[in-house]
Design a protein around this ligand. Structure first.
Ligand code: SF4
Length: 86
């Protein structure tokens, strides 16, 4: 399975495109974070464009687990996937 990583130095966003169900929760509408998740640009994830806290909040909205993240200092312990929509 393809797995790509995008880091802002503090946290790393993990993207697994095969899991994406195209809900658009990450980028679309008022709740979206288009500065970071923009499917019309390359790379489509730009973690330097928002705070780590804001990114973590947005990743938690991903219903499929296609987006997850880990804190760079603590890769093993801190891997988070969508807990809101298991
Ligand atoms: S929120 Fe998750 S499932 Fe929805 S488009 Fe973004 S990555 Fe895909």
């Amino acid at each position: 399975m393809i797995k790509k990583e995008y880091s802002n130095g503090e946290i790393t966003i993990v993207w697994q495109p095969d899991l994406c169900i195209h809900s658009r929760m990450c980028w679309h509408g008022p709740e979206g974070l288009l500065e970071v998740f923009n499917p019309f640009e390359k790379p489509w994830i730009k973690p330097e464009n928002a705070s780590s806290e804001r990114i973590m909040q947005q990743v938690s909205l991903c219903p499929s687990g296609a987006l997850s993240f880990y804190v760079n200092d603590n890769k093993e312990k801190e891997l988070k996937t969508s807990e809101k929509f298991p």
